[in-house]
Design a protein around this ligand. Structure first.
Ligand code: SAM
Length: 328
């Protein structure tokens, strides 16, 4: 199999594909209350264009893709994109990051189309608070989506929670307890200094170290190895069915092992989440360029991938687009 390395020796084998910057929710830490002005539909890559980029990326050694957004399941007929991707030689793993809202309806058809796993973002287990954080979401829709995904075999089911001081940090232990009797992978992600400016502050940010300290007061955490763990470090309580992961983009950046490129919904390749440098593939896709040109642009993106990001808890990175615009 082909392998492509960047100038720091990292093998690039993972493409995160944003299919939309629209979302049915407006999480207070991610989006402004009235939403961001979404891109015109005509600017979005079509599924055929996304599949073409993925096919060329697979020739360079990309074996894993993740579909994200915005909320990917707000885009029409995502299972048909999954099916297109699943037919590409070399793509071995297709996953999706979602708020879970539409999974009740779509989990089975996504699994049939070739989706392997889902990550579900959930920042509160309390319905009133969930509604506040998401500005209107109903938690029972997400819980139904979780059950349906499990039934469809989209396993392991990963729940991503962003603890924020004064907002939901009193639920860290409740989330950890979930792993005692379920097979869930509960992952705590550090609140990053990007997105909705009014909410970010140094005081709201909680380091993975502090989260872990709180969780380990419940019972000792035993380190475990998890397949395809990516940047998460995993632990479990003794005898627990599920596992607990910590993802620390701020305190322990994992740039040294970063294997990703991102494709924005408008067709730009972004080599690093925290750098605004992007390479626009859309003109090449829309004006008849051959695959060799797409390949050249992808290789260029790999070569300009920065060694590491420079975000830190002391500074809000106001110049960076929110996750919903890049593809989280
Ligand atoms: N709509 C999908 C979802 O809810 O998972 C995918 C897109 S969403 C932007 C992807 C992830 O980005 C979510 O898990 C969300 O919690 C995370 N996110 C957004 N802004 C963040 C921030 N400032 N810090 C940490 N995580 C953030």
């Amino acid at each position: 199999m082909n392998q492509t390395r960047d100038q720091f020796g990292r093998v690039i084998d993972y493409l995160r594909i944003s299919v939309t910057d629209r979302c049915n929710l407006r999480c207070i830490y991610c989006m402004p209350s009235r939403g961001d002005s979404p891109t015109d539909h005509g600017n979005l890559l079509t599924y055929e264009e996304i599949a073409r980029v993925s096919r060329v990326a697979a020739r360079l050694g990309v074996a894993k893709v993740r579909i994200t957004g915005g909320e990917p399941l707000t885009r029409h007929d995502i299972p048909s994109l999954v099916e297109l991707l699943s037919r590409i030689d070399g793509i071995e793993d297709i996953s999706l990051t979602t708020n879970g809202f539409f999974l009740k309806r779509l989990a089975a058809s996504l699994a049939r189309a070739g989706l392997k796993r889902v990550n579900i973002s959930l920042d509160s287990l309390r319905s009133g608070r969930y509604k506040e954080i998401t500005r209107g979401g109903e938690i029972h829709d997400v819980l139904d989506g979780i059950f349906e995904s499990e039934r469809a075999g989209l396993l392991p089911l990963k729940i991503n929670m962003v603890p924020m001081r004064g907002i939901n940090d009193d639920e860290i232990d409740d989330f950890a307890y979930l792993t005692m009797n379920t097979h869930l992978h509960v992952r705590f992600i550090e609140f990053m200094p990007i997105g909705a400016k009014d909410l970010w502050s140094r005081d709201r940010y909680i380091s993975s170290g502090e989260i872990r300290e709180s969780v380990s007061k419940i019972a000792p955490l035993i380190p475990v190895k998890v397949r395809r763990s990516g940047p998460a470090r995993y632990f479990r309580f003794e005898g627990a069915a599920g596992v607990i992961g910590f993802i620390s983009p701020v305190t322990h950046h994992f740039c040294g092992s970063c294997n990703r490129l991102r494709l924005t919904c408008e067709g730009r390749i972004r080599p690093c989440l925290f750098s605004e440098t992007e390479i626009d593939l859309r003109p090449a896709l829309r004006y008849g360029a051959p695959d060799e040109e797409i390949e050249r642009l992808l290789r260029l993106a790999v070569q300009i991938k920065p060694e590491r990001h420079l975000i830190h808890p002391e500074g809000y990175a106001g110049n960076l687009k929110p996750m919903s615009k890049i593809g989280g």
